[in-house]
Ligand binder design. Structure first.
Ligand code: MRU
Length: 348
């Protein structure tokens, strides 16, 4: 039976910000208090907090915490706040939710320089970003649950669940809804080299929720698909362009190509905050490169080839997608029309 408890990854109470340290899961379940801008940037860069929507929510609170600090110490200036916003945005460049959330915080205060007003506006804007994402996850679940049929075998990559968002996840939201609806299914979670978000986080999260999950290594996907062991693929997204090309955890593109070859439905799931309204196609996306030690250190063993190439994400062309499960609707091909109509309907 599905256990409806989702993991609370970001907490903000009495102006104090803390996160469940995802870098130490599943070995240790520890919350870290984040009380400075530097600690917030470090937490983002070292993936103590991770997942596109989660780093957006976290950055909004982190900017608020920074404002409280500079106000308390008499160092408040709009310039200081803007510089902090820019540092947060630069800390992980691919996931657009981070920039979206920080920009929303900054535009919410406009030209105001009265600290009392900024306090009130920042407090409500950050909390709205958090609660809206929680609701968006529920709606993604509702819009995607129909794709999951009895006894389906579903493959997911990386972690796009409650750890990566403010609610029940993006790619995992339809799974949680299906489980709640009494549908039986089986999940295959890829381990997601190099940092093991699937092995350490998705496997752990689904186990907590009593959802049947088997861990596979990334190089098993083709074999599973050829053997008829995958009925559906759902992954998350870090940035979706206007034509449907999207960035997600490295390895997503390979899974998409394999799914197309084996004619297996392949979906991404994301809230509207993951759409980049000024990105016309995947060539325009910045892909974050990360340090080599993530590659040569495998599960605690050093393999020593210190010259590496470590892009954190890849770009999957939109034409590999069967559709995009959003909080507004299920967008199907041709994606360019569906994305355009969906984004226009929200602007109204
Ligand atoms: O490097 P990460 O762990 O932040 O990468 C996360 C992913 O690629 C997720 O699939 C994506 O952010 C979607 S999360 C809802």
């Amino acid at each position: 039976m599905w256990n409806p408890q989702v993991v609370e990854n970001i907490k903000f109470n009495n102006n104090s910000l803390s996160i469940l340290n995802q870098a130490s899961l599943p070995a240790r379940h520890e919350y870290l208090e984040i009380s400075t801008l530097d600690a917030a940037i470090d937490a983002i860069k070292t993936l103590k907090v991770r997942g596109a929507p989660a780093i957006g929510i976290f950055s909004a609170y982190a900017l608020f915490v920074h404002f409280l600090n500079i106000h308390r110490t008499g160092n408040y200036s709009f310039y200081n706040l803007r510089a902090a916003a820019d540092q947060l945005i630069a800390s992980r460049p691919t996931a657009v939710n981070l920039k979206w959330a920080v920009d929303r915080m900054m535009s919410s205060i406009g030209e105001k320089d009265d600290p009392e007003k900024i306090f009130t506006i920042f407090s409500s804007t950050a909390s709205n970003i958090h609660s809206e994402d929680k609701l968006a996850c529920e709606q993604i679940g509702n819009n995607g649950v129909g794709l999951i049929k009895e006894n389906f075998k579903i493959l997911t990559h990386c972690n796009a669940g409650s750890l990566a968002t403010g609610g029940i996840g993006t790619a995992l939201a339809p799974l949680y809804k299906a489980a709640r609806g009494g549908i039986n299914f089986q999940v295959y979670a890829t381990e997601t080299r190099p940092l093991g978000q699937g092995a350490r986080l998705t496997y752990w999260e689904l186990k907590q929720a009593n959802i049947p999950v088997s861990l596979i290594t990334d190089n098993m996907v083709g074999s599973l698909m050829a053997g008829g062991l995958v009925d559906l693929v759902i992954v998350g997204a870090d940035r979706i362009c206007l034509n449907g090309d999207f960035a997600n955890k490295i390895g997503t593109y390979s899974i998409a190509v394999l799914a197309a070859f084996h004619k297996i439905p392949f979906y991404t799931a994301a809230p509207i905050s993951t759409f980049d309204r000024v990105c016309s196609n995947g060539n325009e996306m910045i892909i974050e490169n990360r340090s080599s030690d993530e590659i040569y250190s495998v599960w605690g063993y050093d393999t020593y080839p210190h010259q590496t190439y470590n892009p954190a994400f890849d770009v999957t062309p939109g034409n590999f997608l069967s559709g995009i499960i959003t909080d507004q609707n299920l967008i199907t091909q041709p994606l360019i029309n569906g994305i355009n109509l969906t984004l226009r309907s929200i602007q109204k």
